[in-house]
Design a protein around this ligand. Structure first.
Ligand SMILES: *Cc1c(COP(=O)(O)O)cnc(C)c1O
Length: 350
């Protein structure tokens, strides 16, 4: 080892889902929305003047913050925006998880959490989900340095009720509790109403899934002004200009087109319901899906083999070679035609 290499920060990076170069694949592996964003998003991009690009963007991202605040009926002081929710979550780890006690998150969850914890040297403890992949609130009662989990959870797609969330919040009033609602628009009610009661709750959402803008990189957090101020201070100490002019304009247009958004959600939920039925008919079982993906297990076929077979035939789904879930495939809900192709293939090969 070179002498200077001893001074390197060493991390094992997060592995994102594959982005195949071939355009002919049926891509059901990274939970992207199969539909494009609102057409108003492109109009907004075209309206960004050349002269505007010469200038730095507004570091407070106020047009976008105000649009999100109006949509969710909160004060702008309660909104933080970032370059995808990955950026927002990384800032939140850096800001809120400074305790010597471990941060708690489920053993089966978004695999970025342990990566950030390692990067920022945050101690953590993985709390096993129950056999049915549900979160047991009492497991989160012991002393900890903070709590984070997605709802619906990934990759299980399971949605936990507000009662479960409130149970966890009631027993964790001295640490920051982060609920990652990346998929909430496809599920039941959001935990947003709980913000009125819990100043230590931070809710993180994204434009990448329900608003079809994974390529633009926009995420946000909603929480009490104290939490948002602390995160903003960290952000301004790191990189002030995270949201480009294009991003601000396009994101704002997306939030303002409520009708389009609701229609896309409705379509995906309908396709999800039909897909669940078809998976059952083919011998798959799965936890009740709350997100835009289904976490399926076949009664006979091995997930690893099925994953490889699908991939050879240009159908991409996600397989996690990890304890407890290596019998499962995570299948993103695509368009009706994409799902037809998937089921036609499965029917032939199972
Ligand atoms: C997709 C996802 C994110 C990150 O999304 P961004 O594209 O960075 O906004 C965060 N958390 C979970 C659980 C996700 O699935």
């Amino acid at each position: 080892m070179k002498e200077w290499e001893k001074n390197f920060r060493r991390v094992v990076p997060y592995t994102p889902g594959e982005q195949p170069k071939n355009a002919n694949v049926i891509k059901l592996n990274t939970n992207e929305n199969p539909y494009p964003p609102s057409p108003k998003v492109m109009e907004a991009l075209q309206a960004v003047s050349r002269d505007r690009l010469r200038l730095y963007p507004d570091p407070t991202a106020s047009v976008l913050v105000n649009a999100i605040a109006a949509r969710y009926e909160v004060e702008p002081e309660c909104v933080f925006v970032g370059v995808g929710s990955d950026d927002v979550l990384a800032m939140a780890f850096m800001t809120f998880f400074q305790s010597a006690k471990p941060v708690f998150f489920p053993d089966i969850t978004y695999s970025f959490y342990p990566v950030w914890a390692d990067l920022f040297r945050v101690p953590y403890k993985k709390i096993p989900l129950a056999e049915d992949f549900s979160i047991r609130p009492q497991d989160y009662y012991p002393a900890n340095g903070g709590v984070i989990f997605p709802n619906p959870n990934a990759p299980t797609s399971r949605y936990e009720s507000l009662e479960v969330l409130e149970d966890i919040l009631q027993h964790n009033q001295d640490v920051v509790v982060i609920i990652d609602e990346a998929y909430i628009d496809f599920a039941g009610p959001s935990a947003l109403p709980l913000l009125k009661k819990y100043e230590n709750l931070l809710i993180v959402q994204t434009f990448s899934k329900s608003r079809s803008m994974a390529g633009m990189r926009i995420g946000y957090a909603i929480g009490s002004p104290g939490l948002i101020k602390a995160m903003s201070d960290v952000k301004y100490s790191f990189n002030s200009y995270t949201m480009s002019q294009a991003c601000l304009a396009m994101g704002t247009a997306a939030v303002e087109d409520e009708e389009y958004f609701q229609e896309m959600i409705r379509r995906i939920r309908r396709t999800r319901d039909m897909s669940g039925q078809r998976f059952k008919e083919l011998g798959f079982s799965f936890p009740e899906p709350g997100a835009n993906f289904i976490f399926v297990k076949h009664e006979r076929s091995k997930a690893r083999d099925l994953f490889a077979l699908l991939r050879e035939n240009n159908i991409f789904v996600r397989y996690f070679d990890q304890p407890r879930i290596d019998d499962y495939l995570r299948v993103t809900i695509g368009t009706d035609q994409q799902m037809d192709a998937l089921f036609a293939f499965l029917k032939k090969h199972l």
